[in-house]
Every structure is written in C-alpha cells, then in structure tokens.
Design a protein around this ligand. Structure first.
Ligand SMILES: [Zn+2]
Length: 347
C-alpha cells in the first residue's frame, strides 16, 4: 500500500540498490538515446541528488527519527516516469524516487533557465522538435554537461528535494498509516493530505536545505535562499500537474506554491530569518510580494516554453484558492486534530 505522487509507473520492477548510473539509466530510457554528454549529465544529476539525500536522511534520522525508533528507507525506482511513492506503517517506511523524477526535473529546469531573460544558456532554448515538451524529450541538445549551468542543476535538485521531503512528510505526519486504515478517503481528504505534506516539505526545506555541504549549493543570503524555495515549489507543482493530467488530488501550482511557502515561512519565523509582523495582513503582503518578485522570470519563461499549456488561467487559480480556504483547510484541521494524532511522529 503506497501513497503515490506523479505518473503511476507501468513498470513493477524491483527498486535499485544504490543510485543509478550508466546502464541502469540507459536501460530504462531506451527512447531517449542517452550516450556521451547527455548520459554524463544524467549521471551527474543522480549522483549529486543522492549525496544531498544521504545528507538530509542523516539529519532527519539524528534529529527526528532515532529517539522514536522510526526508520525511513530510500531507494530508486527504475521508472522513467516522474514518480515518487511512500509505503509502510507504524514507524517503518520506505520511499522510492524514480530515475525519471530526477531527469525530468533537470530537463524542465534546463529549458526554463535557458528561456529567462539574458540567460547565459540561451542556446539550449530551442532543443525540442516535433512538438515534444521538455518532459518528454530530455535535454536533447546538450553536448557538454557544463553547458546547462549551475542555476538549472540547482533548480532541478531543489525540485527533487521538495518531492522527497513531501514523501517524508507523508510518512512522519501519519498519512501512510491513515491511508491503510481508511482506504476510502474522499477526494477532499486526499487533497488535504497532499496540502499537509506540501506545507511540511516547505518547512523541512526551510530548516535544512541551506545546511547542505556543497559550496555551489549554498545561497549567499536569505533572499537568495527564499528565491530557491519559491522557484522550486512552482516548478515542482507545474511538473506534477503536467504528468498527472487532470488529477483532482492536487491544488493548482500557484496555490500549491503557497502551501510550500507557508511551511517555509513557519521555519523562517522559528529561526528568526524573517521580520516579525504586526498583523496577519502585514505578513500576507510580505509573502505575496516575495512570490511575485521571485516567480516573475520563471513564469515568463514558462509562457515561452514547451510546457506553456500547463500554466493555469487566472480564474481557475482564484476558484482553486477559494476551495483551499473553504474546504481543504477545514478538512486538514479535522484530520490533524483527529485520526492523524495517533499515527504521526510526535516531537
Ligand atoms: Zn503526496
């Protein structure tokens, strides 16, 4: 019994031992024709991601799981779909992240970064042919791994960290246990669980990601770090919407971003990174300004990209936002104060 995010895989193959490289990648992406620089780039992405997840897993275990004798294991799923899933119960969980999730995140990041104004990687903006999107056609024009630049690699890694932390959140908040205890959860309940996982993934991102050891991954200042959370949560939600079609499980990307950021805001407030606000209104306008500043260039790039059809229209966003306030918040509160209390990892 799994909670699954993304495009359900047709492959029931066993998870891999260790992180995928070389033949493991080629074997599952036969239609992409990976070789040379593109294969090297895929290997770099998976290696960097694995190192970061090892680091975060260590912190999670030491700070949260060890005392309660909980375990969360992590493996890679040999699927080329954008997919992650978490299963288990009673303090024993496992998370599987697909190879496709890492490489699709990279491909979409490469495209969007290349389409931003004055992009140093603008030569990669026109790699796609025959109407393929950057989710279907993985960085076909790359001839040197270094060509994609640290901005795109960093954005892709951040997207994968949010996906992983979202699965961690499903485990530690008791969602997996609740799911096996109540197999007929309503769609409002499922959306509330997804919203809850997004909020907590944002909080974990805010608390831990700036401590990653690699120099090129350290933001110079708080504003730079905040920008990463805004952009990664926007791209993550956009990819998930694109690959899960008209899934009713999720709110729209612009609004999911608010769930991730609310979690981030909670973490930043706890660690005194943001100003103290006199009122909720003051806090709301601070955050909406940050969202607007930091999404401007990636939204403009998305409008020019092969993924433009996944940009939701404003009226849908507004209706979906009301749905969050009128339904999802209440359902989430009643789950949190009710059945999830006995399943979750308590402090
Ligand atoms: Zn989920």
């Amino acid at each position: 019994m799994y909670l699954t995010d993304g495009e359900i895989s047709d492959s029931l193959a066993a998870p891999l031992n260790g992180y995928p490289q070389g033949e493991d990648i080629k074997l599952h992406f036969t239609t992409q024709g990976f070789s040379g620089a593109r294969l090297q780039l895929a290997e770099i992405m998976l290696r960097e991601l694995d190192q970061e997840l090892e680091f975060l897993d260590g912190g999670l275990y030491d700070n949260r799981l060890k005392n309660k004798n909980w375990i969360i294991e992590r493996q890679y799923h040999p699927s080329c779909n954008f997919l992650a899933r978490v299963g288990g119960k009673a303090g024993r969980y496992h998370i599987e992240l697909s190879i496709g999730a890492a490489l699709i995140a990279l491909s979409a990041s490469v495209e969007l970064c290349s389409l931003q104004e004055n992009s140093p990687t603008s030569e990669l903006a026109t790699q796609y042919s025959n109407g393929a999107t950057s989710i279907e056609s993985l960085f076909p024009g790359v001839t040197e791994p270094a060509q994609v630049g640290e901005e795109a690699l960093g954005l892709a890694l951040d997207v994968c960290l949010l996906l992983y932390l979202h699965e961690v959140a499903h485990a530690i908040l008791g969602h997996c246990d609740y799911n096996s205890y109540n197999r007929s959860a309503s769609s409002d309940e499922i959306r509330a669980l997804e919203f809850d996982a997004d909020f907590n993934a944002g909080a974990m991102f805010g608390l831990w990601v700036q401590t990653l050891p690699a120099d090129y991954r350290k933001s110079k200042d708080f504003e730079g770090f905040l920008k990463r959370l805004v952009r990664a949560s926007f791209l993550f939600s956009t990819i998930l919407k694109a690959v899960s079609g008209r899934s009713a499980n999720y709110h729209l990307p612009t609004n999911r971003m608010i769930a991730f950021l609310s979690g981030g805001a909670f973490a930043f407030d706890r660690t005194d990174k943001t100003p103290k606000f006199e009122s909720d209104d003051e806090g709301d306008s601070y955050w909406s300004e940050k969202v607007s500043i930091h999404t401007e260039s990636i939204k403009a790039a998305l409008e020019r990209s092969t993924l433009k059809e996944f940009l939701a229209n404003e009226r849908d966003v507004e209706n979906d936002f009301h749905e969050i306030f009128n339904v999802t918040h209440g359902v989430r509160d009643s789950l949190k104060d009710g059945p999830l209390m006995k399943f979750r990892l308590n402090e």
